[in-house]
Ligand binder design. Structure first.
Ligand code: SF4
Ligand code: SF4
Length: 94
């Protein structure tokens, strides 16, 4: 026998919380410092970084970057920097 669905209206309804806007990050590669070791590619949890034909890293899916900075922290040559996008122009002070 199927159990009847509860229609208890005395329970408090869970309120939907507004979603925070997704953070965006800018990735910068200093090609002159990069030795194409591939460590950044291996450490990126979101597979943002791939290789170009020369084996140099390139940011294939920058919109998927979560700003974890694993690439920046593990690069032995300090060839990557990650920066959060600045706030919207509305919030910027003139
Ligand atoms: S970890 Fe640094 S040196 Fe190695 S491929 Fe990535 S950017 Fe280049
Ligand atoms: S910050 Fe994290 S997610 Fe973004 S490119 Fe680097 S390792 Fe990948």
């Amino acid at each position: 026998m199927k159990k009847a669905r509860s229609t208890d209206k005395s329970k408090p309804q869970r309120k939907k919380t507004p979603r925070k806007p997704k953070k965006r990050f800018t990735q910068t590669l200093f090609r002159d410092w990069c030795k194409a070791c591939g460590i950044c590619i291996a450490f990126c949890p979101k597979k943002v970084i791939g290789k170009d034909d020369a084996g140099t890293p390139e940011f294939l899916h920058p919109e998927d970057c979560i700003g974890c900075r694993f690439c920046e922290l593990h690069c032995p040559d300090f060839a990557i920097t990650i920066e959060e996008h600045s706030k919207s122009s509305k919030e910027a002070t003139s």
